[in-house]
Design a protein around this ligand. Sequence first.
Ligand code: DGY
Length: 327
Amino acid sequence: MSKPKILVARAIIPATVARLEEHFEVEHNQADQPWSKQQLGHKLAGKVGAFTTGGDRIDAETLAAAPELKICANMAVGYNNFDIDAMTARGVLATNAPDVLTETTADFGFALLMATARRVTESEHFLRAGKWDRWSFDMFAGSDVHGSTLGILGMGRIGQGIARRGAHGFGMNVIYHNRSRLAPDLEAACRARYVDKDELLRTADHLVLVLPYSPSSHHAIGASEIALMKPTANLINIARGGIVDDAALAAALRDRKIAGAGLDVYEGEPKVHPDLLTVPNVVLTPHIASATVPTRRAMADLATDNLIGFLIHGKPLTPLNPEVLTR
Ligand code: DGY
């Protein structure tokens, strides 16, 4: 019997391709060719499944080119590359990769917070440029992390992981804002206090963004929100590009309206707003918050389990639009 045909849209761990090939006829992209949306649609034609990453856009146009498609398994917890309504309308199941990256991503959020507060990359650039000729009392003096106020916007699993690190590891006073308030036991475990968005912006010494991207969170942090922040505050974005108005942030950093920023995600990435590249008080990383070897393996395994679970056994692990299963 012939195997179901699937597409793997990007280069992935070779062992993952080998595992998929045990169950499927796989067209892969181990050469990591950049495909346009039209090319992706063309490649999806005749496939019943797709292994996607956060940069592979699946919408009405790509779906129209792939009438046999039944599932797209994202190797990411975020899924703003999927038009879920269009997928549901066509009966295409969407899955993501939650949980397996929570602690790794929270670790990185904290790393970026620390690097920003203590001006790690700015001082390293100074040293590498041969500018360090003597000590001075105010050289790269930053802000304290321990005992300061940690603000978290978006209190899902990753936000809670950051809160626990801040409260228990660094004695921080943790405040958060979220669409809905956490249950009392979760608030207690995180030692976090719910506040409204204005209080969060006005009070946080370090504000970490961990909310999902959606049209309603587009530019949730722009010039007017930044204006509410303390001039000594730092802003950390490990959520998604587009949640911060990067042009407004670059201007605020240049004018020292806030002390610094740590960014792992950007509007229109992999492009980075040119003004962010010219301000010194920002730590910039290329969307690597979940990038450890074991976590990337676990994310790939979960996407694979979703494809095998659904296409072979009729049971996906982490469906995003489960209503498709009952049709
Ligand atoms: C995710 O899983 O959403 C991450 O941003 C991808 O690294």
